[in-house]
Design a protein around this ligand. Structure first.
Ligand code: GLU
Length: 506
């Protein structure tokens, strides 16, 4: 295809809307294309999720492509971390660097020859050109433009070189880049599923470097070449890439390729409406994981950052999201990251789990806690889960809110002691241990009846026993049902704890 003459550099402003009829991209193929910069940002998780949901809903293909062509940003293990975080979230891709696929390789650093070939094709067509400027020269140019309050962009000085001069420099091995030639006086427009018709004036578009002097492509070239070669039908990505899209649209046109459909997802915002940043909280998926958030909760939460089902529902499993999601319902306005909502969702997702599921998580949690060397039977832990499941938001809460199920109280909450422990409490509790001793294998009701009998014989209200007893067995003044605690820890332990409390609380 001869593209050289498409843009006549006339004074008349051109409207450029490149939208060839969709034909070959009728199959749904989407990709998540992270640059491995160290961790998976929650915004990245949302992009990955929307791509995943979009693909699954329509029996399409979800691709993971690693965009690792920026050597200056190379971080060791970043790709592994990324893959680990995505897998933790439950997102499964069909093609990718770890599982291969028909369009392999899926790591851009393994596709360098392809990018070079395509950059050279553009040079041949006249849609890109060699530039030999040094970093210092470019810096000086930038400063001058700033001083003159001109827009900072490449001034095309390299286009003044004759063909012979270019050849001589290339032959002499002078370091160079390849830049795309952006047409003058043209409005580039494209349709975005989220934002509708989007326009950029070509004056705003820099003659973007496509191939760097180290032989690596820039994001723009590699992204377009790969999206085309991998037959990506829909480019679903964050809004921060919107201003790059006109460059991409031009590249598609230069190559004579069909455009994918674009969907730019709204920004994620802090509660004060500033762009979501590390300074105001965690942004890495692995931070949330480390803090004990359930993957189901984080996925549910990010799903609603920019999308809604059209009604009041807020709780969704990944499977339900696949059924409900539609890219048409993604909104334009920024989505506020509300941590309280995430915490609420975590509690809801936790409560929905079966005892067996929570048991698995709790055992894991215990292994990482101060109780890692203690052993508790599954039967015991399931009882603890039953007593606490409505009172926890995180799995770690089982341990943090009710450590007394895993060890004797280390101390007794001084405020509760002050309020609830009377001079006569020790005596009352002693009578209670005698009553408890006579029971065999008591259930909750039997503990309760024994306490009532003791209160009656002491001629005091039940509360005179209940409050010091709770303090004695748990060290605190609140928690699940008192008789549940007694039943779970058992009679011997209950009596032992009462005796220790009498000794320690003076
Ligand atoms: N590598 C880009 C990123 O890190 C991909 C943007 C895109 O999806 O085109 O987000």
């Amino acid at each position: 295809m001869e593209s050289r003459h498409i843009f006549s550099y006339s004074e008349a402003r051109q409207e450029f809307n490149y939208s060839p009829i969709t034909s070959t991209l009728s199959r749904i193929r989407v990709r998540f294309a992270p640059s491995p910069t160290g961790y998976l940002h929650v915004g990245g998780l949302r992009t990955a999720l929307y791509n995943y949901l979009f693909a699954r809903k329509q029996n399409g293909t979800f691709i993971l492509r690693i965009e690792d062509t920026d050597r200056s940003r190379y971080v060791e293990h970043a790709e592994e971390n990324l893959i680990e975080a995505l897998k933790w979230a439950g997102l499964v891709w069909d093609e990718g660097p770890d599982c291969g696929g028909p369009k392999a390789p899926y790591r851009q650093s393994e596709r360098l020859a392809l990018y070079r070939e395509h950059a050279l094709k553009l040079v041949d067509q006249g849609n890109a050109y060699y530039a030999f400027d040094t970093a210092d020269e470019l810096e000086e140019m930038r400063k001058e433009q700033e001083q003159m309050r001109l827009p900072v962009k490449y001034d095309r000085r390299a286009l003044k070189l004759s063909a012979a001069e270019v050849d001589a420099k290339l032959a002499a091995g002078v370091p160079h880049v390849i830049r795309m030639k952006v047409p003058d006086l043209t409005t580039v427009t494209f349709d975005d599923i989220v934002r509708g018709k989007v326009e950029f004036a070509s004056e705003q578009i820099d003659d973007q470097v496509l191939l760097k002097s180290d032989g690596f492509p820039t994001y723009h070239l590699a992204n377009v070449v790969d999206d085309h070669l991998m037959e990506v039908s829909h480019v679903i990505r964050g809004e921060e890439w919107l201003s790059s899209t006109p460059k991409h649209v031009l590249l598609y046109q230069y190559f004579g390729w069909e455009l994918p459909q674009f969907a730019h997802l709204p920004l994620l915002l802090n509660p004060d409406k500033s762009k979501l940043s590390k300074r105001q909280g965690d942004v890495a998926v692995e931070d949330y994981r480390a803090k004990g958030y359930l993957p189901e909760a984080l996925v549910n939460f990010v799903a609603l950052l920019g999308w809604n089902p059209g009604d009041e529902r807020e709780l969704f499993s990944l499977h339900e999201l696949v059924n409900e999601f539609s890219i048409e319902r993604v909104g334009k306005s920024g989505a506020v990251f509300n941590l309280e909502k995430l915490n609420w969702m975590n509690a809801e997702h936790l409560r929905k789990k079966s005892d067996a599921e929570i048991l698995r998580l709790l055992k894991n949690e215990l292994k990482q806690s101060e109780f890692k060397d203690a052993t508790f039977s599954d039967e015991y832990l399931v009882k603890v889960i039953g007593a606490m499941r409505e009172r926890v938001s995180f799995v770690k809460d089982f341990v943090e809110k009710s450590p007394y199920f895993f060890r004797r109280p280390k101390q007794f909450d001084p405020d509760v002691v002050k309020k609830r422990w009377k001079p006569e409490s020790s005596g009352y509790l002693k009578s209670l241990t005698q009553e408890f001793s006579s029971l065999t294998n008591p259930n909750k009701e039997e503990y309760e009846a024994a306490l009532h009998r003791t209160a009656q014989s002491l001629n005091v209200g039940n509360g005179q026993l209940i409050h010091p007893l709770r303090l004695a067995v748990s060290g605190t003044g609140s928690g699940p049902g008192l008789y549940d605690i007694l039943f779970i820890i058992g009679k011997e332990e209950t009596i032992k704890r009462i005796e220790l409390a009498i000794e320690k609380i003076k």
